[in-house]
Design a protein around this ligand. Structure first.
Ligand code: GRF
Length: 193
């Protein structure tokens, strides 16, 4: 199985997945990292781990459809089976969604359908819920909707601050995303036998 990761920022989930491939936990090939932000830290992380990188932005194109057509071409050229969104801060539009239907996975820092959107951790903290968590899901045309693959719960205790909650959520993400991918590969390979 051949992966590509799309990320816009820090790239800690990229790092967790790349390390899980190096350790053999995930038996797949990480072909490249794409970032819509040329100076994103994820690019430095990828270079450090000798993973090829590509970067261009929607503003480099006349339309979002053309931007996504270029992305689709890149995915086709590299023979990618699965796209992993890991902090990719854009909504995937119809061009890419239709080309890679059922082949794009996202990680979101809440127990969806609760707290979708860009502030999933903060929104759960401010709502004073007793537990939140992490969701890995296939994407569809909505924002943080689409079939759920796996979820992990994270309790919010009275001593938690937003920062401590963020730390717990990220630790959980770095565990669950590689686990889900390893499992998915096993299931897919089992089916093709
Ligand atoms: C993660 O919290 C992920 O759930 C969300 O964006 C964040 C990305 O973090 N979609 P990083 O760039 O992987 O460190």
């Amino acid at each position: 199985m051949k992966f590509a990761i799309f990320a816009s920022g820090n790239g800690s989930n990229f790092q967790a997945i790349a390390e899980a491939i190096v350790s053999g936990q995930i038996k797949a090939e990480l072909r490249f990292v794409f970032s819509d932000k040329k100076d994103a830290f994820v690019i430095q992380r990828a270079k450090r781990m000798q993973v090829p990188t590509y970067s261009f932005a929607p503003t480099d194109f006349k339309s979002k459809a053309l931007y996504e057509a270029a992305l689709t071409e890149l995915l086709n050229e590299q023979d990618i089976d699965l796209v992993l969104l890991a902090g990719y801060m854009r909504i995937v539009g119809p061009t890419l969604l239709e080309a890679y239907a059922g082949q794009i996975i996202n990680i979101h820092p809440s127990l969806l359908p609760a707290f979708p959107g860009i502030n999933g951790i903060r929104d759960a903290f401010e709502a004073k819920v007793k537990e939140t968590g992490v969701t890995v899901h296939y994407i569809d045309e909505g924002v943080d909707t689409g079939p759920i693959i796996a979820q992990a719960k994270v309790p919010i205790t009275s001593g938690d601050t937003l920062t401590s909650l963020e730390t717990k959520i990220h630790q959980t993400e770095h565990q669950i995303y590689p686990e889900v991918l390893a499992q998915l590969i096993k299931t897919t390979q089992g089916e093709s036998k």
